[in-house]
Design a protein around this ligand. Structure first.
Ligand code: NAD
Length: 490
């Protein structure tokens, strides 16, 4: 069986300590591959290579060359899309139809940021005849990119593309439960002619490979996507060296359905928004708040739809929900269902192992009702195919319920009242709000969360705020008053 290795300085290498770990197919439990297990020594080698590439190659100073190389990466992703999809399905359990969409989006990220590489402009602040002030943006150096196991390829592209487009070099630490597509991405990046050392990968566990990257003295930037609690410990670990962090963290996003909404479309969006990507989606609308006068009939229709979702083999094109990533995660999601029952909620649909799927981490999509706002199932991120439904009476209560959790990543509003739609969208405590829409995002718009869902925004030109340093330059265009201290001794 092939051992999937680290990518350091343009070469595929085993870990210094020679250790490996297993990755497992979540649909079957089968041993899929052995992967090099990185430690601080591997991180140090990768950071060293990234530093040399930053200082000695033209990567940081030639945006046109970066644009050309990143376009080639996008082409490579498109050319090898079938390989990416196959590996992503096996390694993550994502249904194949959705894995295809994620692979296409990864390619779009590279195409988009290839274009952005040449748009890394500054601003001018002229004072005619007296001063010219302007800003220049320059890359910062080596970025540590740490990613989670859900939709790994797409999330890696979301960090790697803007990081490289801005002229930085990087070390990627993929998640240990789904590390394989990163290797294919490394192959594509290498084949695209990106100079050795610009893009490096160190596999391994959070505590032993992620943590050394966070504290490494030559890594000034850390872009992290993962759980809020991990983000907190990463910030604590990096505080000593005043690292710059981008934090994309957890969510418990509300979908608010008013009675005047197009209920058919709202129903489609609610179901897709929480159960797609196996429910392992940061922007999942995992709490549906339904206006009380339509609550009974909406929930009845919702229950019928949820019960009819096709759960099964992720490589089957008709499958809508596949297995959860790992037995440990399945146990965690089941723990939330048990806690919900214990606190008095009703698991109206699902939450069971589907008949006929005895192996793998399968769970039927769950719909939970009869909840109170302070229950754990309402407050905490489950990160699985679990939806909580709650009634509300009036806009004020809807808003209070929507904002009553610690997270603030996304929000979704369904109403045909124009003024209410805008009023509500602006009052939601969320980094991103969709009105009468499912989660469709233009790559130019800012992505990120409020409250405990994150710090900072990435996407479009917002990525430059994180991945570049801004220098403000003041130039005198002629003489101006300069106080003459010491020029006139008494
Ligand atoms: P996680 O926090 O357990 O792990 C994420 C990554 O961090 C992994 O690569 C892991 O190895 C690494 N890591 C763990 N401990 C570390 C440490 N001490 N130092 C450095 N690295 C460390 O998250 P997960 O379980 O892989 O992913 C699920 C979470 O990710 C959910 O909370 C989800 O909402 C969140 N997520 C957020 C977004 C977003 O954009 N806001 C997108 C996707 C997922």
């Amino acid at each position: 069986m092939r051992t999937w290795q680290h990518l350091i300085d343009g070469s595929w290498v085993a870990g210094v300590q020679g250790r490996t770990f297993k990755t497992v197919n979540p649909a079957t439990g089968a041993h899929l591959a052995d992967v090099a297990e990185g430690t601080a020594e591997d991180v140090d080698l990768a950071v060293g290579a990234a530093c040399r590439a930053f200082e000695q190659s033209d990567w940081a100073t030639d945006p046109e060359a970066r644009a050309v190389a990143l376009r080639r990466v996008a082409d490579g992703l498109i050319r090898r899309q079938a390989d990416f999809v196959a590996i992503e399905v096996e390694d993550t359990g994502l249904p194949i139809s959705q894995a295809k969409g994620q692979a296409a989006r990864a390619a779009s990220n590279f195409t988009f940021f290839a274009e952005m590489a040449t748009r890394m402009t500054g601003e001018t602040y002229p004072q005619p005849g007296r001063f010219l002030n302007y800003t220049v943006r320059r890359p910062v150096g080596v970025a540590g990119l740490i990613t989670p196991w859900n939709t790994p390829l797409m999330l890696e592209s979301w960090k790697v593309a803007p990081c490289l487009a801005s002229g930085n070099t990087c070390v990627l630490k993929p998640a240990e439960w789904s590390p394989l597509s990163a290797v294919l991405l490394g192959e594509v990046i290498t084949e695209a002619g990106v100079p050795d050392g610009v893009f490096n990968i160190v596999h391994g566990f959070g505590e032993t490979a992620g943590a050394p990257l966070v504290v490494h003295p030559q890594v000034p930037l850390i872009s992290f996507t993962g759980e809020t609690s991990t983000g907190q410990s990463i910030i604590r670990a990096g505080a000593e060296r005043l690292k710059r962090f981008s934090m994309e963290l957890g969510g418990k996003s509300p979908v608010v359905v008013f009675s005047d909404a197009d209920q058919e479309r709202a129903l489609d969006a609610v179901v897709f928004g929480v159960y797609s990507l196996n429910g392992e989606r940061c922007t999942a609308g995992s709490r549906v708040l339904i206006e009380d006068r339509i609550y009974p009939q909406f929930v009845e229709r919702l229950a019928r739809r949820v019960a009819a979702i096709r759960v099964g083999d992720p490589s089957d094109a008709r499958t809508e929900v596949g297995p959860l990533i790992h037995p440990e995660h399945l146990g965690r999601v089941q723990g939330y269902l048990a806690a919900a029952r214990q606190e008095g909620a009703t698991v109206l649909v699902g939450g069971e192992r589907p008949p006929g799927l005895e192996k793998g981490n399968f769970l039927t999509p769950a719909l939970i009702t009869e909840v109170r706002p302070n229950m754990r199932i309402v407050q905490e991120e489950v990160f699985g195919p679990v939806l909580v439904a709650m009634p509300f009476h009036g806009e004020e209560e809807a808003l209070a319920l929507a904002n009553s959790v610690r997270y603030g990543l996304a929000g979704y509003v369904w109403t045909n009242d124009l003024t209410r739609a805008h009023r509500f969208a602006q009052a939601l405590h969320a980094g991103m709000v969709w009105v009468n829409s499912q989660n469709v995002r233009d790559l130019r718009t800012p992505f990120g969360g409020a409250k405990d869902s994150g710090i900072g925004r990435e996407g479009g030109h917002y990525s430059f705020d994180f991945y570049t340093e801004t220098t403000s330059v003041q130039v005198a265009l002629g003489p101006h008053a300069i106080p003459k201290f010491g020029a006139d001794p008494v």
